[in-house]
Design a protein around this ligand. Structure first.
Ligand SMILES: [Zn+2]
Length: 179
């Protein structure tokens, strides 16, 4: 730029031999304008893109790199166990089958019925084998629990459960072994 530069702050005419950057007034030290990053100081630079334009070849190389990266990630990620259980959990496909739900329903209702018969249900450890039919189920096993004197006792369990709606109603018998 060969035209004269006059500082808008102090009005000094810039000496072409001045040692300050092109956007800094050598007289008062203030900036004529804000320099553009990467620019050489000319005002025209302010209107140019700050990002160098990538060539077509560079874009194609970047795309090729991504195409290579994606299969690599697909191979590597399962080994880190990241999205193991995430994908197909949807409302249409429950994680627990209706059969397993019924098994759990019989087990839960029978365990509850047994605990209601115990003096110290908090001490009970219940072991049940559950059988499920359509709309009903049975559970057989035993319970270890303390009696009124704090003595641990084992009782055998026989329980029958009926499904009404979504709820299971159980009727349990407990019996001392050999009695
Ligand atoms: Zn100045």
């Amino acid at each position: 730029m060969t035209s004269d530069v006059i500082c808008p702050h102090c009005g000094a005419l810039r000496n072409p031999m001045a040692s300050t950057p092109a956007w800094v007034c050598p007289a008062c030290g203030r900036k004529y304008y804000e320099p553009v990053a990467g620019g050489s100081g000319g005002i025209a630079m302010a209107h140019q893109s700050r990002w160098p334009k990538a060539s077509l070849k560079q874009w194609m190389m970047a795309g090729g790199f991504l195409l290579l990266l994606l299969p690599a990630l697909a191979i590597v990620i399962p080994y880190f166990g990241a999205p193991r259980e995430a994908p197909q959990a949807s409302a249409e496909r429950p994680l627990i089958s209706p059969f397993e739900l019924d098994r759990a329903g019989v087990h839960l209702s029978c365990s509850r019925a047994v605990r209601q018969m115990l003096i110290a249900p908090g001490t009970a450890k219940i072991q049940l084998d559950v059988y499920v039919y359509s709309g009903s189920g049975t559970a057989n096993g035993y319970v270890d629990a303390q009696n009124a004197f704090g003595v641990p006792l084992r009782h055998n369990i026989h329980c029958e459960a009926q499904k009404t709606g979504d709820a299971w109603v159980a009727r349990a018998e407990i019996r001392r072994p050999g009695v």
